[in-house]
Each structure stands twice: as C-alpha cells, then as structure tokens.
Design a protein around this ligand. Structure first.
Ligand code: SF4
Length: 397
C-alpha cells in the first residue's frame, strides 16, 4: 500500500512553527511521509496567523495555493485565522476541514516537536490574559497555560539527543511561564542543568515579566546573548492606551539590567507605529526613545485594526503619516543593525550551522560561511566573524 503523504505550510510566529513541528512528528509517528511541496501531498495542513491584516493575506494565499494543487489534496486549515474566521475559511473552494485552536492543541498534545530545520523551537507556554488593546491573538489562544517542567525537560533532552545544539524556548507570553512555584527562571535553570554543549535562546519576552531571578539566569553564557522585547511605543500615553503594563522609564531600566548581565547582548524591540492617538509628538518621543537605548535592531509594524477588538476611541492615524513613520523607523533599525554588527567583526563567536552556507551566532548575527571544509547543519562551531561588503562572513578558527 502506498505510504500517505502530507505537507505542512506555516504562517506567523514561532509558536505556530513549534506547533507545526509537533504536527510533523505526530504524522511521522502515524506512518505519514511529510513532504515539502503541497504538489506531492495527499493532505496539506495550513497553520495560519491573523495577527495583522498582512498576516491574514499571507495565510489566505497559502490556503488558495493548496486548493489550486492539481491532484486535489485534502486541505486542512488550522491556526489563529481558522479560529477567528472559520466560516470565511470554510467558504474557500477546496478547503476540506477547519480546525479550532482547541482541536489543534488536542491533536499535538504531548508530542515533541520534530523540526525540519537546524534549530529547534520548543513551546513551553500558551495563552495570555493581558488583553493589550491591539492584540487579537491572546483572545484566540485562551487563558495562560504552561507545560510542566518535567515534560519540557524530557522534550528538551530528546531534542539534544537528536543532535540539536540550539533550542528556542517560546510561548505566547513566555515570561508568565509557571509550574507551581517554578517560573521561567527556574525552568531555565532546570534545562541548563542538562545542557552541556548546546545553547538556549529565549523568544520574545514581555518587559514586565523579566524579574531579577531571570536576569541573574541569563548571565549564563549558554543562554544566547539575544533578547527580543516588545516595546511597542516609547510614549507613556500610547502605552497606556495600548493597555501595556510598563512605562517607558521601566523599559530603560530593564535594558540597563540586561546589558549589565550580558554586555554583548543584541537587544531587539518591536514597535507598533500609527496606533490610534499617536500624534506626531508621540511618534517623535518614540523615535528619540529608541535612539537613546542600546538596541541592536527594531521590528517595526504598522498598526492594523483587527475584527473582534472593537473600535479604538482615539483618532486613527492617516495612512500616509503611518507609512512615513514606519519607513523612518525601519531606516533607523538598519543603521543600528549595522552599528551592532560592526562591533563584532574580527571577533570569535559560537554559531549554529543552519545550512551548508549559513550559520547563526548566539547574539543573532547571520553569517555567510566561507570555510573550505563543510560544516554540518545543527552543529555548534566557533567562527571568526568577517565582513565582505554588506555581508557578515564566518570562518572556522
Ligand atoms: S502580553 Fe502579548 S500576547 Fe498578551 S495580550 Fe499583550 S500583546 Fe497579546
């Protein structure tokens, strides 16, 4: 009998990627061959995202692409777009099934992710009850829940035994991880106790969830010197209307504490531009705020109103003004990225080999490999960082 085949297409965040990796493992355990191309698959799973209007468009494109495949695979749509707008998805000609987020979690419960890439992503937490006013995802993923330490540790050890040298811990609100008395710092310590020649990277952390215990733990150099913090705005009035739980001054102190623990850290921040009520003065305040901080890069998003969140009370920002602000902050981010990179040219950093040509350092610098000898993907190497025009290079020392 012919072996059944399936392809998994994923949009959106690391949480979705980790869940797709778990689905890949579950299918493999059931004897299904997981293939790359939907053209070769009997079933195509599409794990969607709906965080912004752009995410909706990308997810819809993936769905339509799968539905156009000539051999007419079974098309299963899951993820946050499927949760938010199941009827809309069901009406797309060719869609066979739509899974809710509850169904997705039931299908992958207890399954270790089996990544199809060189770095593993391990989900340790899901859900959030913060209700930031721009965030639809927390409404779709439900209340906070954490995977017990013993289960995370078993999955972590399995990934190390499979040859992964970097595991990214992820969650919807990772910093709120809790198993009884154990928070994220305790979980991290428990994983470090069995982590000898590998490293742990932390995915995005909400600024108000990083306490002293976590800062002390990230001083361990097996934790990647890379921290991503959703700042969103440097203006207190905008932060308040976003329903964020910190103010600009708190963020400054936090960055100072992280840099003290890890002076070489690459600290990145998310910024939402064009949030209703953001005046030219509040944008200028944000622009100055990020310029004054030792940030290595920004991820800049344009505010996107989401069905299901209600209409904001404040004035919307004109599209043209929002576009110009996004462009300005992205240009600033490029400049900062280059400044940060320049600090490390000529130094030696540990890097995980991603492909035959690329590696990623602990402080999130992507290197184009120039070694004569082939380095095996997933391995951890000490690489000397160089520069060739705009490209950072890595050579074995
Ligand atoms: S803390 Fe993060 S996940 Fe939770 S509501 Fe705010 S933006 Fe959404």
């Amino acid at each position: 009998m012919k072996q059944p085949t399936a392809a998994i297409l994923t949009a959106g965040c690391r949480l979705n990627q980790s869940e797709s990796d778990a689905l890949r493992h579950r299918l493999a355990l059931q004897g299904v061959a997981v293939v790359e191309s939907p053209d070769e698959a009997d079933t195509v799973y599409i794990n969607t995202c709906t965080v912004t209007g752009q995410a909706d468009r990308s997810s819809n494109q993936l769905i339509r692409r799968a539905c156009r495949v000539e051999r007419r695979p079974r098309v299963v749509v899951l993820g946050c777009l499927a949760e938010r707008a199941p009827e809309q998805v069901r009406q797309i000609a060719g869609v066979s099934e739509v899974w809710s987020n509850a169904r997705k979690q039931a299908e992958i419960s207890g399954v270790t992710p089996a990544p199809g890439r060189s770095r593993a992503i391990l989900k340790v937490q899901d859900g959030c009850d913060r209700r930031c006013s721009y965030c639809i995802v927390s409404r779709l993923r439900g209340e906070p829940k954490s995977i017990p330490v013993s289960e995370v540790r078993a999955q972590f050890e399995w990934l190390l035994a499979e040859g992964f040298h970097e595991v990214v811990l992820t969650g919807l609100n990772l910093g709120t991880y809790r198993d009884g008395e154990i928070g994220l710092a305790g979980l991290l310590r428990s994983l470090l106790a069995v982590c000898h020649d590998a490293r742990i990277r932390l995915a995005s952390l909400e600024p108000d969830t990083i306490g002293d215990a976590l800062v002390a733990t990230i001083a361990d150099t097996r934790v990647c010197a890379h921290f991503h913090l959703p700042l969103q705005s440097g203006d207190d009035a905008v932060l308040a209307s976003m329903n964020r739980r910190y103010r600009a001054e708190d963020f400054v102190r936090l960055v100072g504490r992280i840099i003290k623990a890890r002076p070489d850290a690459n600290i990145g921040a998310d910024v939402i531009v064009g949030f209703p009520g953001e005046t030219e003065a509040s944008f200028r305040a944000t622009r100055q705020f990020v310029a004054d901080l030792p940030l290595g890069y920004l991820h800049v998003f344009s505010f996107s109103s989401r069905p299901g969140l209600g209409q904001p009370r404040e004035e919307p920002v004109r599209q043209q003004a929002a576009r110009e602000r996004v462009a300005e902050l992205r240009a600033f981010s490029d400049h900062r990225r280059q400044e940060y990179q320049a600090r490390f040219v000529g130094t030696i950093r540990p890097a995980v080999v991603e492909t035959a040509r690329m590696a990623l350092t602990d402080n999130y610098l992507r290197l184009s490999l120039t070694c004569a000898a082939r380095l095996e993907p997933r391995t951890l190497s000490s690489l000397r960082i160089g520069r060739d025009a705009e490209v950072l290079t890595g050579s074995a020392c």
